[in-house]
Design a binder for this molecule. Sequence first.
Ligand code: DX5
Ligand code: ZN
Length: 218
Amino acid sequence: SRPIRVAPSLLAADFARLGEEVRTVAAAGADWLHLDIMDGHFVPNISFGPVVVKALRQHAGIPFDVHLMIAPADPYLEAFAAAGADLISVHPEAGPHLHRTLQTIRGLGKQAGVVLNPATPIAAVENVLDLCDLILVMSVNPGFGGQSFLSGQLAKIAALRRMIDASGRDIALQVDGGVTARTAPDCIAAGADVLVAGTAVFGAPDYARAIAAIKGPA
Ligand code: DX5
Ligand code: ZN
């Protein structure tokens, strides 16, 4: 079976102590750090930008997985790359030329991801697989942490697993939204291999135990 990674979402951390939170969650076994960038326009919430990503970069060596919920995204790709992002993921709805956006991310030397909202079909990604290092399935509508897992997205995860395997490409399949120790096993069974979890990690008293519970038995 494929290795499962957990990417805690900083959105649920204590924003008054972000550096400490990043150090603690990395020491607790987080595989990646998921950073949710929201502009109050593409999604109905505002989080933080490249200045904060850059300030946090020195606090942990794990990959920084930047999820852009901003439109347009293209004018900010360089800033997030310079801030220390390792992966940059974009929504197809955030710009008119997804293929060009992914090319730009790769051209900046970063890994590129495509994020599918609950209503977005898998066809949105099938013609750009050659430019994808990651596909992210949203299991909530983006904008807020702490929402309930939409189990209707499991069939989409399974369909993407088949698409990725048929392509023979090395593409991570990530799920984001409402992932807990209770919903993670279904995500893994459907074929996801990177689990984003905000509330389930940063809302827990012991981050290491929370990460291990989401990852499940090795
Ligand atoms: C939602 C974000 C998620 C969110 C997950 O727009 O993309 O990463 O922080 O939070 P939980 O795990 O609490 O659903
Ligand atoms: Zn996210």
